[in-house]
Design a protein around this ligand. Structure first.
Ligand code: HEM
Ligand SMILES: [Cu+2]
Length: 573
């Protein structure tokens, strides 16, 4: 797989990229820790599902909240961000054929992040930080918990700095031609948002750390405002990283075409400009802010960030359609979809990620983020229903799909348990979708989120739910368990491949051996700048246009339905 080259570099036999050894090792280390955190999160998820499924009701209240804290942190913070660090090392020095500007500093930041992660997890598991992922003041954790978060964040900030440095080095040393590739551009936007987010993180957690030591006072409303400037913006890092990987996967699985470079780049820039404002949608029922502020931030400015996602939501599948049509699947509207490589977990994961993120996550997010509608959704199960569609079905699934390509390229191994791997994205994707939809349904029926006992056994009041609640809980339980098994399968496949997998050799590629996704057996021809317009006009993307039409129909129906439900509760006049 390797042709000799400058010291510290190898030439990748599949992509032709010049891969430097230190970035490769950093990607490996970050990816392995990411998978360990995913494993912790997935085991915790089983405990949560089996508790919220009231008929099973596994955990007592204290352990439910402890495990909920553990799950939220390991999934949304540690797994996702360690993986994103790997993405930055990949989209920077590797895609630009350049060197790692400061390997020692990079390893130092990795150690900081690992120490932070271990500190936080120890505090949570020893019962000293039952504060949930949001750690809302005045809930107080052990100061070491906040210190752990700060160490982790400082490490991540250094990695962002190193990523920018690698762009400068690559430009100066002229290791690439023209402008940076779109995947790198997307990663740049992710890293810029990450810097903004991490600075808000410092503004949140440094005062909270001092408050936990009893040194200063902290206002609960101010904390919520600062926290969500961090908590929501960090979701936009995830979206930018995910969309970059959508473009990457589209290209390597089926030769996806970028329909229009300028439009896609502009859409990334919209994320940077408008996303911080959208943080306000977490504060819609808070007493401290006026309606005008809430409506402006969530109903006007936020739509410009939503617009960006909708642009990518058209251009990525459209580009995949054009790529497949160029490969000869030109009949009717959907031959390209029918003949697509569905047995390739990279491709299947990509498509499921786009559908789940757009249809389930996007539509529900815009709806519940509307100032008026939020009052009937706030803190119900609709919330975890929505964000599991975005961060789990969208981002986590996309990261899994990308791993089926990145592991062979970077670890130079063939994927172990290949039969299971082909199946894994479907298990996780279908499980998460079923779980999210049933959570949303439970939420519409009034089920609160973050609730250890839905019978309200020791409460001074009684709550009656509609009887379908208990039926839908069975669907929720099955979906949740399927998703958790899907995530655990991914962990097993990844660990087995990385530590015990058979090597990826030129021989094995020639023989079409098991465990190599089809895009790596034969890298699809890439349509480059200048050829785009011709290719797009040649084939069009009419199938995608139909799919987008269906999307808008669902969007309008769901949005309308929610105003209708609101009108039952909220009699005007
Ligand atoms: C592996 C399959 C998964 C299952 C079965 C699952 C299940 C659950 C359940 C049942 C809850 C509790 C909802 C409540 O009672 O309020 C929850 C919360 C949560 N999950 Fe997941 N989840 C999974 C994957 C993920 C992933 C991949 C992420 C992020 C990348 C994630 C992020 C979260 C967050 C942030 C919370 C909220 C924690 C809090 O309220 O403080 N989950 N999950
Ligand atoms: Cu948000």
């Amino acid at each position: 797989m390797t042709t000799s080259s400058a010291p510290g570099f190898r030439i990748c036999g599949i992509t032709g990229l010049k891969v430097n050894r230190s970035s490769e090792l950093l990607i490996r280390a970050n990816a392995v820790i990411a998978v360990v955190c995913l494993l912790i999160g997935a085991v915790a998820a089983i405990g949560l599902v089996l508790t919220r499924w009231q008929a099973v009701h596994l955990l007592p209240a204290d352990w439910f909240y402890r495990i909920l804290t553990l799950h939220g942190l390991n999934m949304l913070i540690f797994f996702i961000i360690f993986f994103e660090m790997a993405v930055l090392y990949f989209a920077g020095p590797i895609l630009l054929n350049s060197r790692q500007p400061a390997p020692k500093l990079a390893w130092f930041s990795f150690v900081l992040m690992v120490v932070g992660m271990i500190l936080v997890n120890t505090m949570v598991l020893s019962g000293k930080a039952d504060v949930l992922f949001t750690s809302y003041v005045p809930l107080r954790a052990d100061p070491l918990y906040y210190l752990g978060i700060i160490l982790f964040a400082v490490g991540a900030l250094i990695v962002c700095g190193l990523f920018f440095a690698s762009l400068v080095v690559a430009k100066r040393e002229k290791t690439y031609k023209g402008s940076v590739p779109l995947v790198t551009f997307g990663a740049i936007t992710a890293a810029i948002i990450a810097v903004i987010t991490l600075l808000h993180g410092a503004a949140t957690y440094i005062p909270t750390f001092l408050w936990s030591l009893g040194l200063i006072e902290l206002d609960a409303q101010l904390y919520r405002l600062l926290f969500w400037a961090l908590g929501h913006s960090s979701q936009q890092i995830n979206v930018a990283a995910m969309v970059s990987l959508w473009y990457f996967l589209g290209a390597v699985t089926v030769g996806g075409v970028v329909l229009n470079e300028k439009v896609s780049r502009l859409a990334f820039v919209l994320y940077i400009l408008f996303i911080s404002m959208a943080s306000a949608h977490h504060l819609l029922v808070d007493p401290g802010f006026g309606s005008a502020w809430k409506v402006w931030n969530t109903s006007y400015a936020m739509y410009l960030a939503v617009l960006a996602s909708m642009i990518h939501g058209f251009t990525v599948p459209g580009g995949i359609e054009v790529g497949l049509r160029l490969r000869g699947y030109t009949k009717g509207f959907f031959e390209w979809l029918r003949k697509a490589p569905w047995g390739d977990p990279g491709f299947a994961g990509l498509i499921l990620s786009i559908i789940i993120f757009g249809f389930l996550g996007g539509i529900t997010g815009v709806t519940i983020g509307t100032e008026q509608i939020n009052i009937i959704a706030h803190n119900t199960m609709r919330l975890p229903g929505h964000f599991h569609a975005t961060v789990a079905g969208g981002t986590a699934l996309c990261f899994m799909a990308a791993s089926y390509y990145v592991i062979p390229l970077i670890f130079r191994k063939r994927i172990s348990f290949w039969g299971l791997a082909k199946f894994q994205p479907y298990m996780f994707g279908i499980g998460i979708s079923v779980m999210s939809m049933s959570k949303i349904y439970m939420g519409i029926l009034g089920m609160p989120r973050r609730l250890a006992d839905a019978t309200f056994a020791n409460a001074p009041f009684t709550v009656e739910f509609h009887p379908t609640m208990w039926a839908i809980q069975v669907v929720f339980g099955i979906g949740g368990l399927l998703a958790a098994i899907g995530a655990l399968s991914f962990c097993i496949i990844a660990v087995a491949t990385v530590f015990f997998g058979s090597p990826l050799t030129e021989e094995s590629i020639k023989n079409g051996s098991k465990g190599i996704p089809q895009g790596l057996l034969k890298l699809p021809a890439q349509v480059h700048e200048g050829q785009h317009v011709k290719a797009v006009h040649q084939t069009g993307a009419k199938g995608t246009v139909v799919l987008v039409g269906i999307f808008f129909f669902c969007f309008v129906m769901y949005y309308f339905l929610n105003w209708k439900i609101l009108s039952f509760l909220w009699k005007v006049g």
